[in-house]
Design a binder for this molecule. Structure first.
Ligand code: URA
Length: 234
């Protein structure tokens, strides 16, 4: 076994850089995750396989990013005995895909947390990679506010869209400590941006790539995630 591998395949990384260092940054470097990420990076992977693989990665990332969900207990009866058994409060989970590329990740999160509510935030990048909001549809906050809010976007590039969505959530009363940002790939620039704006934010990623190119695409990356998911590339 690789000496650096953790038993769970998830490890906290201390990313250098003012902003990045301020994050609670978790790298999901489990062999299954890394293998599937390679499939996504490969330009010859066809759309159907790309989409299915993003969904599979969503399941694995949901597993990792939910590891610290608060647990309660309730009394149940097994066929043999009564016992106190652990439960999570599924009514207090919110999943927020950043449209449109976040949708298959959100489906995967919903598969594992079927009673979670889902809020949609639509943001596109203008010519300068600045976020332009075109839709916000969030469920009304439950009495005590969501216990956990997963913001899912496969690509954390400049971090501007993610920051926009997190700001929307904070304005609605979500507490930063309840937010989990979940992405497949991150650029150092995006992590830096989030760390500067939201010190202490918890971020789960499957890989941290080298840099952004002049069009704010992640290098080496996997290309345009939305286009490859939905077949809109030309
Ligand atoms: N969005 C993408 O889909 N790909 C990138 O590389 C950056 C942003």
């Amino acid at each position: 076994m690789d000496a650096s591998a953790s038993a769970s395949g998830v490890r906290r990384v201390e990313a250098p850089g003012t902003g990045r260092g301020a994050l609670s940054l978790w790298l999901v470097d489990h062999p299954l995750v890394q293998h599937k990420l390679t499939l996504l990076r490969d330009r010859t992977t066809p759309m159907a396989m790309f989409r299915a693989t993003v969904r599979e990665l969503g399941l694995l990332l949901a597993f990792a990013a939910s590891a610290d969900l608060p647990r309660g207990e309730r009394t149940i009866e097994t066929p043999l005995a009564a016992m106190r058994a652990p439960v999570i409060d599924e009514s207090r989970l919110l999943i927020v895909p950043v449209l449109r590329a976040g949708l298959p990740l959100a489906e995967a999160f919903c598969a594992l947390m079927p009673t979670a509510t889902v809020g949609h935030v639509g943001v596109y990048r203008d010519a300068h990679a600045h976020p332009v909001e075109y839709l916000v549809k969030l469920p009304p906050p439950p009495h005590a506010g969501p216990a956990r809010c997963f913001v899912v976007d496969p690509m954390l590039a400049t971090g501007n869209s993610a920051a926009h969505v997190i700001e929307v959530l904070l304005r609605r009363g979500v507490s930063l400590s309840d937010v989990r940002m979940v992405s497949l790939l991150a650029a150092p620039e995006g992590l830096d941006r989030l760390g500067r704006s939201f010190p202490g934010l918890s971020v789960h990623v499957a890989a941290i790539d080298e840099r952004l190119d002049e069009n704010a695409y992640i290098v080496p990356g996997l290309g345009d995630a939305g286009d490859r998911l939905f077949g809109t590339d030309h």
